[in-house]
Design a protein around this ligand. Structure first.
Ligand code: DMJ
Length: 451
């Protein structure tokens, strides 16, 4: 599958951001401004792990010769960080090739002007040449987005580690303290925060889009610090406690789901994006306070089951963008604009963590169902395409092979069918784009080992 996705990208869209597999041409997304090669950088570590050595070498040569951040264009700070900085750091740690470290640090420096706001909460969008930032025009009251500014921490800590320059870590530690010091409604983190006033915007809370990877990065900051970042651990478990109280519900037929919270009212809808949380709960279970390890493993398993149901209740056996638990339905999309599937990874991501942490064979079975569905419905001559309606018999393609399909979906699937000693969870953290970052050994623990 990786060969098919890669070869077609190479054939029809080489050097551009993504592939349009039906039109057989490049696809450009405004998220990356005029930075090019998103698929190449996103795919580097997957190629390495799958031992596709020739392909890795050609990707590396492209990075050496063509990857250029000197562009006069506005980029999404979050997207560029998770895909480009994350992809380059991961490629560096896996291969040891200096070029990836250099490029990651170069890009990190270019992103720093985004933090020039009164609160230090970064802008969502940044012009890489002028250094002028702004927020998404649609975001409540000029706010920055929790899942965007809350998803820089892992990469920026590594940038400081690799460059010897503390500035990157200082920037994300400041985000952390602003968030920690703010009063939180019912212990929940709203999705919107105004970077000028340093105050919350609208009281909308989500473990899916606009909120998701902020929670993921709290847990992973704790794990990546070799379990020394106590503040991250406390903030994570406090947030999860509030999420359990206010957002997690069980349907009348016993499916556990995570709803969205809008100023105290629940919308009984769960996004495909939210499905990553099953894996997150299970990954954090070991360190849960008050002997709640089994509880969180079970919660992870319940979310995995619900998300599997959202797949199983469609015609193509791949899940919709969002599914509902109201109006007499459970785990089904009811609105036409929520029925699409764009090759997203979150469900197989949760299967990967559940497989690694429980070895229950059902997760391999479910992952294989997803492979078969991808092969039957998304594979086309020119690569893999997303679908417009997962309940429809006739495939209707969106004609985009997203770069995260190579970075995440295929990587997680590969790991589910590999041995656990390939990238053991005790040594590696996956960033939110499935790029690998090693756990940083704390000097205290090193001393303990030597003693
Ligand atoms: C990816 O870019 C990342 O997983 C991000 O956290 C959420 N959206 C896509 C995949 O769905």
């Amino acid at each position: 599958m990786m060969k098919h996705a890669w070869n077609n990208y190479k054939r029809y869209a080489w050097g551009l951001n993504e592939l349009k597999p039906l039109s057989k041409q490049g696809h450009s997304s405004s998220l990356f401004g005029s930075i090019k090669g998103a698929t190449i950088v996103d795919a580097l570590d997957t190629l390495f792990i799958m031992e596709m050595k020739d392909e890795f070498e050609e990707a590396k040569s492209w990075v050496e010769e063509n990857l250029d951040f000197n562009v006069n264009a506005e980029v999404s700070v979050f997207e560029v960080n998770i895909r480009f900085v994350g992809g380059l750091l991961s490629a560096y740690y896996l291969s040891g090739e200096e070029i990836f470290r250099e490029k990651a640090v170069e890009l990190g420096i270019k992103l720093l002007p985004a933090f020039l706001t009164p609160s230090g909460i970064p802008w969502a969008l940044l012009n890489l040449k002028s250094g002028i930032g702004r927020n998404w025009p649609w975001a409540s009251g000029g706010s920055s987005i929790l899942a965007e500014f809350g998803t820089l921490h892992l990469e920026f800590v590594h940038l400081s580690h690799l460059s010897g320059n503390p500035i990157f870590a200082e920037k994300v530690m400041n985000i952390r303290s602003v968030l920690n010091n703010l009063e939180k409604p019912q212990g929940l983190y709203p999705n919107y925060l105004n970077p000028s006033s340093g105050q919350w915007g609208q009281y909308h809370v989500s473990v899916g889009g606009l909120g998701d990877s902020f929670y993921e990065y709290l847990l992973k900051s704790w794990l990546m610090s070799d379990k020394t970042d106590q503040q991250a651990k406390e903030m994570y478990f406090d947030a999860v406690k509030a999420i359990e109280t206010h957002l997690i519900r069980k349907s009348s037929r016993g499916l556990t789901y995570i709803a969205e919270w809008k100023g105290g009212l629940l919308e009984h809808k769960m996004g495909h994006l939210t499905c990553f949380a099953g894996g997150m709960f299970a990954l954090g279970a070991e360190d849960a306070p008050k002997d709640r390890t089994q509880h969180y493993l079970k919660l992870g398993a319940e979310i995995a089951r619900t998300c599997h149901e959202s797949y199983n209740r469609t015609f193509v056996k791949l899940g919709p963008e969002a599914f509902r638990f109201d109006g007499g339905v459970e785990a089904i999309a009811t609105r036409q604009n929520e029925k699409y599937y764009i090759l997203r990874p979150e469900v197989v991501e949760t299967y990967m963590y559940m497989w690694r942490l429980t070895h229950d064979p059902k997760y391999r079975k479910w992952a294989w169902e997803a492979v078969e569905a991808l092969e039957s419905h998304c594979r086309v001559d020119g690569g893999y395409s997303g679908l417009r309606d997962v309940y429809h018999r006739q495939n209707s393609y969106d004609d985009v092979q997203q770069s995260f399909f190579l970075a995440e979906t295929l990587k997680y699937l590969y790991l589910i069918f590999s041995d656990d000693d390939l990238l053991p969870l005790k040594h590696w953290i996956f960033n939110t784009e499935a790029h690998l970052l090693p756990i940083l050994c704390s000097s205290e623990k090193e001393v303990e080992v030597h003693e």
